[in-house]
Design a protein around this ligand. Sequence first.
Ligand code: SAH
Length: 227
Amino acid sequence: MSAREEFDAWAADGRDRGMEERHWHTAKHALARLPVEAGDTVLDLGTGSGYVLRALRDTADIGRGYGLDASPEMLRNARSYTDDPQVGFLRGDFDALPLATDSVDHVFSMEAFYYAPDPKHTLEEIRRVLRPGGTFYCAVNYYEESEHTHAWQDNISIDMTLWSAADYRRAFREAGLVVAEQDEIPDREVEIPPASEFPTEEWETREAMVDRYRTHGTLLTVGVAPA
Ligand code: SAH
């Protein structure tokens, strides 16, 4: 199955809004760090419901927001949630970003980067579209250190890239991005029941759930395009 088919099906099931709700727990902390100036152009890679751009327009006075996604159904939903003329949704693939060289101030991506068929090439594309001094905020919940996410690959037909924090830093540098910061943002909003309630439908042990949400959560890697 292609990314398009897979995520069209998710969008038709309303999973775009479900992801928005869950991802917001940590995405908002990553977004709050984005050093946006009034009028900046922001690209959201794998935009899903498009919540990142709506939030940035509400809070940060960005100029232009582009939400890129391979799934027409995701884009259709995203468009239906806003009528902001400064926000545009683009059909495109992580392999070839449909944007001019040096045209974007910030690229943001939540829970999408590891679906890139060739993630190193995608980093080169990001580097290409960023203006000198522009930033890439890359947030992922699926990564080597967060071992309770690894089984996600079993439930999806697209190959997912499982990198460690060090792999992210290395790949960013190889693509010509300076690594400005990296850390894990815990999810403190998912409620973890008392030990007596385990196993739950989803979790074998309380320890596993604590490891997934509180110890790990979201890995944020920040790259800067050299001036
Ligand atoms: N950022 C959103 C959506 C995450 S789901 C959120 O936080 O909720 C991942 C998104 O990436 C989906 O909308 C999917 O259609 C998109 N995607 C996956 N592979 C892609 C690719 N190769 N090119 C472009 N978009 C892709």
